[in-house]
Design a protein around this ligand. Structure first.
Ligand code: SF4
Ligand code: SF4
Ligand code: SF4
Length: 448
């Protein structure tokens, strides 16, 4: 099928049990009541300012990869998404039909990555992502969320991790990875629940489930660097936060609280979070506000900052540079959101022979189309998502044409999204985390 023909697929009426069963339970009275309750009690001057200030100029349209990828269909422009959702809600004072609530959910969950690129191009700095997240909040309160995403949220609620990992499975996975790593580093331990350590290292739920080798690699880097570290044995080890994306703000706050409480119980000095963008955003952008914390209970940094610190302090050293050309994919949540782009490049340049920049880059980089929970809407929405980022595919193809064979992406969701794009658009590229490269190319003075 040609790309143009593919894009004519029905992108709205995709079967999703979570959405379909959710709207079957709704009545017009309940919809109106819930919407107005949220607008009245959870919004204020910020929403009013955004709605009243937007002049509908469309200057933000070209910033959105969905709009660019779907042939500039106005449906996908940032302001188009707001027009179809929050403006409709306000104009109609919450009087929407169940079918219209489904339409809100489709736009909010499956057509916006909350990547905040459009905000940079708006002359007034209007944050479209805030308004789309508010629509998700309404959908969550109405019980209309995509099935796959809701499953991860149920897991967070029941098990305090995203992947239904039981406590004994978590510790078994760590022990297994410790055994693996000891083949190379005979004295390596993954110190479990060690009180008073300098660092608590936390990961996202999919690591023990699907990407276990990342734990092995991180343990090797931490061991080689000689830092005093630990991982929690109890809930709080999973720093991911799908509830932030579903609109379940109460649970999103609880996840962040549990993460910090695990560290406080262990009396560590600070937390280092693995290579995930959204998990870090959940901490710096959302969790503190939901928990009404002025400051975090203890310092927390992302792996990119930590690797940069280990390298510049001489705790890890480069054995040899990885040959060939690489490019660095700036994850929205750590580059646009937290300005870690130069640290990421510093580490990449130290370990790689040549870094070729993709354009646009840094805080202007295009999102991978997986973030904001869109990849977590699962298989029913995958094709729409992958076609929604032909703009990224073109960006990647340009660096591939310059001889790049590896994309470094310090974010789990970026890996998922870029992997799908690379596969669908048949690009000659492979993906790596910074940890993959550091582990392979660092000096291993403690190995046998
Ligand atoms: S996907 Fe990103 S650029 Fe597009 S509307 Fe959402 S926040 Fe804006
Ligand atoms: S959000 Fe900003 S750039 Fe976009 S249409 Fe409104 S005023 Fe224009
Ligand atoms: S997955 Fe990566 S690129 Fe996509 S929104 Fe998240 S951080 Fe941004």
């Amino acid at each position: 099928m040609s790309e143009a023909a593919e894009k004519k697929i029905d992108i709205v009426n995709i079967e999703d049990t979570g959405l379909d069963q959710g709207i079957a339970r709704l009545t017009p009275e309940r919809i109106e009541k819930v919407i107005n309750q949220i607008i009245d009690t959870e919004t204020g001057v910020r929403l009013k300012l955004y709605v009243d200030t937007c002049v509908h100029c469309g200057l933000c349209s070209d910033a959105c990869h969905w709009y660019l990828s779907y042939d500039r269909n106005p449906r996908f422009s940032p302001v188009g998404k707001v027009r179809q959702t929050i403006w409709k809600i306000l104009e109609r004072k919450g009087r929407l039909s169940p079918a219209e609530v489904r339409e809100l959910a489709v736009v909010a969950y499956t057509e916006c990555n909350l990547c905040r690129r459009c905000q940079q191009f708006c002359p007034f700095g209007i944050e479209i992502a805030y308004m789309i997240a508010l629509v998700r909040r309404i959908c969550h309160k109405l019980g209309v969320t995509p099935l796959y995403m809701q499953d991860t949220c149920h897991s967070h609620s029941a098990a305090l991790n995203q992947m239904w990992v039981k406590e004994d499975e978590w510790t078994d996975s760590l022990q297994w990875q410790e055994d693996e790593a000891r083949d190379e580093f005979p004295h390596l331990r993954i110190p479990l629940a060690k009180e008073g350590a300098e660092i608590m290292y936390s990961v996202i739920g999919p690591e023990p489930k699907f990407r276990t080798q990342l734990i092995y690699q991180a343990a090797s880097i931490l061991h080689e660097s000689g830092v005093d570290w630990t991982m929690p044995a109890t809930p709080g080890w999973d720093n991911s936060n799908m509830c932030m994306f579903s609109g379940d703000a109460e649970m999103a706050g609880r996840i962040v609280k549990e993460h910090f409480e695990a560290a406080l119980r262990l009396k560590v000095k600070r937390i280092v979070m693995g290579e995930c963008g959204h998990a870090y955003r959940a901490v710096y952008d959302v969790g503190n506000r939901w928990n009404a914390w002025k400051m975090f209970p203890l310092p927390v940094i992302h792996s990119v900052q930590f690797f940069h610190e280990l390298l510049t302090s001489g705790r890890i050293k480069v054995r040899e540079k990885m040959p060939g050309k690489v490019s660095f994919n700036d994850p929205c949540n750590i580059s646009r959101g937290m300005g870690l782009h130069d640290m990421g490049r510093h580490v990449t340049r130290a370990f790689c022979e040549e870094l070729v920049e993709m354009t646009p880059n840094r805080e202007h980089n295009l999102c991978c189309c997986a973030g904001g929970g869109v990849i977590n809407c699962g298989p029913p929405w995958k094709k729409k998502r992958v076609l929604g980022n032909s703009a990224k595919a073109e960006q990647l193809r340009r660096v591939a044409d310059q001889g790049v064979s590896i994309i470094v992406a310090p974010c789990h969701n970026c890996h998922g999204g870029l992997d799908d794009i690379i596969h669908h658009y048949n690009l000659p590229l492979k993906l790596k985390f910074l940890g993959d490269i550091i582990y392979e190319y660092m000096e291993k003075t403690r190995a046998e």
